[in-house]
Design a protein around this ligand. Structure first.
Ligand code: URA
Length: 337
């Protein structure tokens, strides 16, 4: 193949890939939050993305990249979930500036823990909280989770178990999906780009990060063998970690739980698996008697800098403020209008 043929092919692949990403974005803006991609399509996208990367850095790439290992097409499940939830990695490392963020490659659907981690987890732990004030109970629980052998056995090298942070007596409990790279390295939830955006939204309500409680369904970052992004946790993994989340909820006894993203919603309130995120968000659900509001994950906003996404999230936060009988100024009401 001549240099110019290779260049033309790279351009075709690049244009084609951009078109696919644009179409996915368009669908998502219309409320489609799950798509099924044939293995062949995933292969094509990987090839195209690889070609684009090679073109950009052709002068400096010393070695060919190893071929990514691809999973066989997933078996149909008895209780089907969308093959891809919010088709962007949940803990990306893009800058906080929404407008500058480029879409990242689509995370492949993974059902079972991949080769890097144990394929079978023990039964979920039973947690019996001691009596006491919220601070001492949370501190007891924190020690328990940080010492959890299964959580520790599933860590990436050099990573930490991630437990919730904030006020153990808070009115609002934010619940995310799983730590990302920044979080597993620091041992604290929501400290990366998505966390910084979450902090901004929280402060726009008049609340502070220290005044609320922030936790995740998962206490470790699901391992995977890809060079980038995050793997959504499997059902087995979220089932294992759920008792730790429930115990944190039992300590905090929040007035409202704000669930961030579809994966956490699936773990906590199990909406109809066929329901679109646009129908799940923005309304009240319940978990163990506590009102739950589901909204988009901040990573979704980082990857979808459209006004409509920001507006929807803000509308959801206004619902939370109303529920908590917080003062709402005209300025706050008018954001994104
Ligand atoms: N995304 C999550 O769901 N949780 C984190 O802690 C960070 C990013």
């Amino acid at each position: 193949m001549t240099g110019s043929e290779a260049g033309a092919m790279t351009m075709d692949l690049a244009d084609g890939t951009r078109a696919v990403l644009e179409e996915l974005k368009r669908q998502r803006e219309e409320g489609v939050d799950a798509v099924y991609l044939e293995q062949e399509t995933i292969d094509d996208l990987r090839t195209a993305l690889g070609a684009m990367e090679t073109k950009v850095s052709s002068a400096v790439v010393p070695e060919p990249k190893p071929e990514p290992k691809l999973e066989p097409k997933p078996e149909p499940r008895p209780t089907p979930k969308p093959a891809i939830e919010e088709p962007v990695p949940s803990n990306p490392a893009p800058p906080v500036e929404v407008a500058e963020v480029k879409p990242k490659p689509i995370a492949k659907p993974v059902r079972k823990a991949e080769s890097a981690g144990p394929s079978v987890l023990p039964p979920p732990p039973e947690v019996s909280l001691p009596e006491g004030d919220p601070d001492s109970r949370m501190s007891w629980l924190r020690d328990l989770v940080l010492a959890c052998p299964t959580c520790n056995a599933n860590l990436n090298p050099g990573a930490k178990v991630v437990f919730g942070v904030g006020n153990p007596d808070a009115d609002v409990f934010f619940c995310g999906e799983a730590p990302g790279n920044d979080e597993e390295m620091k041992g604290e939830p929501f400290v990366g780009a998505a966390g910084q955006l979450l902090d901004k939204i929280i402060s726009a309500t008049g609340l502070t990060r220290d005044g609320v409680y922030i936790g995740n369904v998962m206490n470790w970052r699901p391992q995977h063998d890809q060079a980038f992004g995050n793997r959504p946790p499997t059902e087995e993994e979220t089932d294992f970690c759920l008792p730790y989340l429930k115990a944190q909820l039992e300590v905090v006894q929040p007035k409202v739980i704000v669930v961030l993203g579809r994966t956490a919603a699936n773990a906590l309130i199990q909406p109809d698996p066929n329901a679109k995120m646009v129908d799940v968000r923005g309304r009240w659900w319940e978990f163990d008697g506590v009102p739950v509001l589901v909204t988009y994950h901040p990573s979704y906003l980082l990857h979808n800098p459209s006004l409509i996404g920001k507006r929807r999230v803000w509308e959801d936060f206004l619902l939370v403020m109303e529920r908590l009988e917080m003062p709402i100024s005209n300025k706050q009401r008018g954001f994104f209008q």
